[in-house]
Design a protein around this ligand. Structure first.
Ligand SMILES: [Mg+2]
Ligand SMILES: [Zn+2]
Length: 162
């Protein structure tokens, strides 16, 4: 039984632009996100966002701007009485120093599992890059790779049916 869904952000929750989202205006929530979060809430499945935001290390935007972007996201969900259980992001980029958290590293995923007391077998990751899949697998979590901006409703339908 799935207790925790791990979602990549860009290309899964908001429209992948082919560039970093550097301000709230460029953050466009994908249309299937709210309906799927409603289904997951009904099924009492936790939802955590796991995102690399290396644009912060590159100086393209700040932690504060990322907070504003996520505030826009939270407000959009709040209209539907929805909330992410947590958002974990890695602000680092290998060109500007190494870190342990950036996907395909699994630390952010392991943090989520520990925080919510969920085993790897009880979690599933949805991402649009191989990095997402590798990060999940490194934590022992199964992952589904979608195309960027693809509707992932069928994955959720299958999860909540079980
Ligand atoms: Mg992505
Ligand atoms: Zn990091």
């Amino acid at each position: 039984m799935v207790k925790l869904i791990l979602l990549d952000r860009d290309g899964v929750i908001n429209k992948e632009l082919g560039a970093y989202v550097t301000n709230p205006v460029d953050f466009e929530l994908l249309p299937h996100v709210v309906p799927n979060l409603i289904k997951l809430k009904r099924a009492e499945v936790l939802v955590v966002v796991i995102t690399n935001q290396g644009g912060i290390a590159k100086g393209l935007y700040t932690h504060q701007t990322l907070t504003q972007i996520h505030q826009k996201l939270k407000m959009a969900l709040d209209e539907h009485q929805l909330v992410f259980d947590e958002i974990y992001y890695c602000p680092h980029h290998p060109e500007y120093g190494k870190c342990l958290c950036r996907k395909p590293g699994s630390i952010m995923i392991e943090k989520a599992l520990a925080r919510f007391g969920v085993t790897p077998q009880e979690a599933i990751m949805i991402g649009d890059t191989q990095r997402d899949v590798d990060a999940a697998n490194a934590a022992g979590v199964k992952a589904v790779k979608i195309e960027s901006n693809q509707d992932w409703s069928s994955i959720i339908d299958e999860i909540v049916a079980h």
